[in-house]
Design a protein around this ligand. Structure first.
Ligand code: HEM
Length: 137
């Protein structure tokens, strides 16, 4: 999936916007753009980051039982998502869309265990970001 992260990440966000069209307003570069969503060059990097970071969290959880991100990186992530007004519901829709996207990417590997592993990884990463979601000091 990592090799295909660009395509899958994009698919993930197209799905998110299908379920929650208003989430597009969070992204400054989408709000004021006439370019079709799937061709917007700025959407892909965030989409890839989300996809890859959740995957890396899953690997870390298996290796060490916890996710490790530099404190400064986590602070930045918290501050950015706070600033752009990301709320619980966005994280929930994103989790649902992520699990669906993975299920479609590797149907032959999909199982209850795999769903659980990705859910746990996503929830831990989300919790870590949310604890840092506050106005800048
Ligand atoms: C920016 C990761 C979930 C909306 C970012 C950045 C990263 C990131 C690395 C750029 C960091 C920075 O500028 O400091 C993640 C991860 C997520 C996640 C790992 C889930 C675990 C979400 C969700 C939404 C969202 C659920 C809303 C649907 C945004 C927005 C920006 C952003 C609006 C700023 C983009 C811009 O206009 O430049 N995210 N994100 N993110 N994220 Fe997320």
């Amino acid at each position: 999936m990592k090799k295909n992260a660009g395509e899958l990440g994009l698919k993930l966000f197209l799905r998110i916007f299908e379920i929650a069209p208003s989430a597009q307003n969070l992204f400054s570069f989408l709000k004021d753009s006439d370019v079709p969503l799937d061709q917007n060059p700025k959407l892909k990097p965030h989409a890839i980051t989300v996809f890859v970071m959740v995957g890396e969290s899953a690997v870390q959880l298996r290796k060490s039982g916890k996710i490790t991100l530099k404190d400064s990186k986590l602070e930045d992530l918290g501050a950015t998502h706070f600033k752009y007004g990301v709320v619980d519901e966005h994280f929930e829709v994103t989790k649902y869309a992520l699990l669906e996207t993975i299920k479609e990417a590797v149907p032959e590997m999909w199982s209850r265990e795999m769903k659980r592993a990705w859910s746990v990884a996503y929830d831990q990463l989300k919790t870590a970001i949310k604890t840092e979601m506050k106005p800048p000091a």
